[in-house]
Write a protein that binds this ligand. Structure first.
Ligand SMILES: [Cu+2]
Length: 185
């Protein structure tokens, strides 16, 4: 339990979010809490560039259908409006191919590749996916505010939970990462 508590505290400190459920007397079998690694996100305020290490299948969560260990919107990358965004995609999953694209926050979720919400905001091989340890950089300008999803375009993956959130905000000056309430991590 001590281990779980310290991970929970780390997450709360890293995100400023409310304490996760594990602190409130749930059993030790509660789904492990995925910490946010601050090294995933780099901000260059001179060039106004947010660079995020986007890792498909970082953990075994959800049959590895996750980004950075988060599924179903459990992690949110927020970037200032007008910034350049670089998503350094890497597939860490030894089994399945994965891809990524930025899409509008729509429900129901797409069942496969759709047009990206920003020009060129997608990896190559969107439908087939990139195989284990392949990489591709997604580069786009976050020139429209709002709520978006970072979504795996391989058919079925996104709808099965392989997506996190991207917020583009006109009222912040630096990008940041936060665990999202309600996300199944
Ligand atoms: Cu995938």
């Amino acid at each position: 339990m001590v281990k779980i508590l310290s991970a929970a505290v780390m997450l709360a400190l890293a995100t400023g979010a409310a304490a996760p459920r594990a602190l409130h007397g749930q059993s030790e079998r509660t789904v492990p809490i995925q910490p946010i690694d601050p090294s995933w996100l780099q901000a260059d305020t001179v060039t106004k560039t947010a660079t995020f290490e986007l890792v498909a299948g970082l953990t075994g969560l959800n049959g590895a259908l996750n980004f950075n260990g988060f599924r179903d919107g459990g992690l949110t990358l927020t970037v200032p409006l007008g910034w350049n965004v670089v998503l350094q995609f890497r597939n860490h999953d030894g089994m399945l191919p994965h891809s990524a694209e930025v899409v509008l926050d729509t429900h129901p979720l797409p069942t496969g590749p759709v047009a990206p919400a920003f020009a060129r905001a997608m990896t190559v091989r969107l439908e087939q996916g990139l195989i284990s340890e392949q990489t591709d950089d997604i580069r786009f300008i976050a020139d429209r505010g709002g709520s978006y999803l970072i979504f795996c375009g391989v058919p079925g993956h996104g709808a099965a939970g392989m997506w996190i959130r991207l917020e583009v905000s006109g009222s912040i000056r630096r990008p940041f990462l936060a665990a999202s309430p309600g996300g199944k991590t």
